[in-house]
Design a protein around this ligand. Sequence first.
Ligand code: HXC
Length: 259
Amino acid sequence: MSYENIEVRTEAGSVGIITLNRPKALNALNDALMTDLGHALKAFDADEAIGCIIVTGSERAFAAGADIRAMAKYSFADVYKGDFITRNWEIIRSIRKPVIAAVAGFALGGGCELAMMCDFIIAADNAKFGQPEIKIGVIPGAGGTQRLPRAVGKSKAMDMALTARMMDAAEAERAGLVSRVVPLEKLADEALGAALVIAGFSRIAVMAAKESVNRAFESGLSDGVMFERRLFHSLFATNDQKEGMDAFVNKREPTFTHL
Ligand code: HXC
């Protein structure tokens, strides 16, 4: 399937790569792009062969935010009645396979929020993160005021949301917003390498790990630990647990069947 605002391909048969592609607007996230992205994410999630998904942009911009030209015309009635942006932005939260954001250049506003909706962020050394919505008379609307403080703490999140300043890749790594920073020219390989590692593991264990880490942001510690324990127990019902542990004991590589 081909799309107007994104490019979609697979690598090594097991990694799905989605490249945001509106270069003239620095990948500003309009309705059509987000609909394309949601469709492509769901298709990879449903594809048995795919074990991990990468969302990336260009060297200059992951995404410079929601499309300000489109939003400029909206009224309260438009955004409230139309449920802007729940309809096509929330799809990413329903994806059960891991989604890696590979970020180079600007990740601003909705672009930063989109990256934070992914499971982890690998950044190029030229990446710049920010929530500059305050400059155009609004606030973050896709989770920025909620996910950013969880990632970097209150002080830095307030600083970014209130002053609109950008955080460079080194600061983002220090603050825990991104998991790794690599030179720009190595970003694609680094993200693909991570995705291939993930895609090589048991799909069921991978999905359970993602589900359990995400639970940490929705529950208290005791409930979260109990949720983890029950998922951990349930993995002993899988063939992949038998295979993984037998392979370790017998000093061989495991062959996971995702069953
Ligand atoms: C629409 C955008 C855009 C955006 C850039 N462009 N960001 N169009 N929406 N968010 C367009 C510019 O209008 C310009 O088009 C082209 O991309 C190149 O941008 P320049 O500004 O010329 O580039 P540069 O001088 O390098 O500055 C880069 C920049 C700046 C710092 C990223 O473009 C910028 O500040 N953009 C807006 C960032 C922002 O405020 N994001 C938050 C949006 S609100 P032309 O046609 O002139 O060449 C948001 C709310 C999310 O995201 C809520 C949930 C959805």
